[in-house]
Design a protein around this ligand. Structure first.
Ligand SMILES: Nc1nc2c(ncn2[C@@H]2O[C@H](COP(=O)(O)OP(=O)(O)OP(=O)(O)O)[C@@H](O)[C@H]2O)c(=O)[nH]1
Ligand SMILES: [Mg+2]
Length: 386
């Protein structure tokens, strides 16, 4: 196996030479009994035209490590995420099969590389993790630590992902793991890139291992992290969740359930508005008899609900399928069951609890009717491939 270490740089003139040397030294000092050919291992620095001349320093070093040290120059600052994507592209087309992401600022200690190489033999992705037992951070203020931990927890909760260090940038990937990810569909350009990549790997069913690392705050050079970038990353989480869900064809069951239920409830509320409007015009304005008008209103509202649920609430199940009379009939049946549940529960609440206002009993009835209607609709009317 051929290893490529990808290092994105922007204004790392103070670090890059020492860092490249440290990485090569670390590779030389290890003997891995696995199948990674360290003599063929390379470093690719992706520099975004750093004003401090980082690229020039790398160019001068290439003579020391011919065929091993490579430089990809880009015209301007385009973000960490796109730098890594460019590096993967570069390496995949040149026959590399293991990829390691590292920052140039010595936050990621090259001495962990051998441990990661050992683990990558049996896993698809190896994460240098600050958040597993034995891992941690050195040199961060309480506030920075708190923000980082909070951000990580937020990402885990939003995405429902069990990886403990989603945001870290010291990660090793097999070619197979990268190929399972739709790299051209990755939307993150900046700091949420790491989260998106890991979530995509996780969603694609890749085997992920977290090994403990101590992350050391940079000693030289400036951080490119800012409040704006941080907030952007937080907001991006929801987009990542949606896009990755669609790309990988999965949507966690509970999310789908909540999504469908909310849409179903909104549909029901709109149906009620339609029902009341028609009732008002027919019964109040034109003075038509209430019972036939009420039945007519029910049928119109049910039909509207059927169309909305087919095209919107249960869209994931119905897809391009045409509306049909048979399904409308089934949905009307489910709605009548809902109505029956509404009446039974309303009566039961009235009899057992004698609430101060009868409308409370009717509200309970409506809630029960909606749940029954939703369950029947989901299981029998709009079920997948039905
Ligand atoms: N090519 C490229 N590299 C970048 C860009 N932004 C950041 N980097 C590099 O990505 C790595 C991580 O960036 P840092 O500024 O260290 O960000 P950080 O590690 O989250 O922040 P600190 O903990 O403060 O160091 C470093 O090697 C940077 O030089 C970019 O837009 N393009
Ligand atoms: Mg850093």
């Amino acid at each position: 196996m051929k290893l490529l270490i990808a290092i994105p740089t922007y204004n790392e003139a103070e670090n890059i030479e020492k860092f490249v040397k440290a990485v090569f030294e670390s590779l030389q000092s290890v003997t891995v009994d696995g199948n990674v050919n360290l003599d063929a291992a390379g470093i690719l620095v992706v520099d975004d035209n750093s004003p401090d001349g980082t690229a020039g320093i790398v160019e001068n070093l290439i003579g020391l490590y011919p065929q091993r040290l490579h430089l990809l120059k880009r015209p301007g600052k385009q973000g960490l995420g796109t730098a890594y994507l460019a590096a993967f592209d570069w390496g995949l087309s040149r026959g590399y099969d293991v990829f390691l992401e590292m920052d140039a600022d010595f936050s990621h200690n090259p001495s962990y590389i051998p441990v990661m190489l050992k683990e990558i033999e049996t896993h698809d992705v190896v994460i240098g993790s600050r958040n597993v037992s034995g891992g941690g951070v050195e040199g961060w203020s309480f506030l920075r630590n708190f923000i980082s931990k909070g951000g990580s927890l937020y990402a885990r909760l939003v995405l429902g992902c069990t990886i403990k260090d989603l945001t870290g940038g010291f990660n090793m990937w097999t070619k197979a793991a990268l190929e399972k990810i739709n790299l051209s569909g990755v939307i993150s350009k900046g700091y949420s890139f790491q989260v998106e990549m890991k979530f995509r790997a996780y969603s694609a069913g890749s085997c992920v291992k977290e090994i403990p690392i101590i992350f050391v705050d940079r000693k030289l050079g400036k951080s490119k992290m800012s409040k704006k970038i941080f907030v952007e990353a937080l907001l991006n989480m929801w987009k990542i969740k949606k896009i990755t869900g669609i790309d990988s064809g999965i949507d966690s069951g509970i999310d789908q359930f909540i999504d469908q239920f909310i849409k179903f409830a909104v549909t029901g509320a709109l149906g009620t508005v339609t029902n009341l409007l028609i009732f008002f015009f027919c019964a109040d304005v034109f003075g038509l008899p209430e019972i036939p008008v009420s039945i007519f209103c029910f049928l119109v509202a049910v039909s509207q609900n059927y169309v909305f649920n087919h095209r919107w609430s249960f869209r994931q199940n119905t897809g391009q399928e045409a509306l049909s009379f048979k399904k409308w009939l089934k949905f009307t049946g489910a709605s009548l069951f809902g109505l029956a549940a509404n009446i039974v529960i309303m009566k039961a609440v009235l009899l057992n609890f004698s609430p101060a206002f009868k409308v409370i009993a009717q509200a309970c009835g409506i809630a029960a009717g909606m749940v029954i209607n939703f369950i029947l609709s989901k299981l029998f009317v709009f079920r997948r491939n039905s």
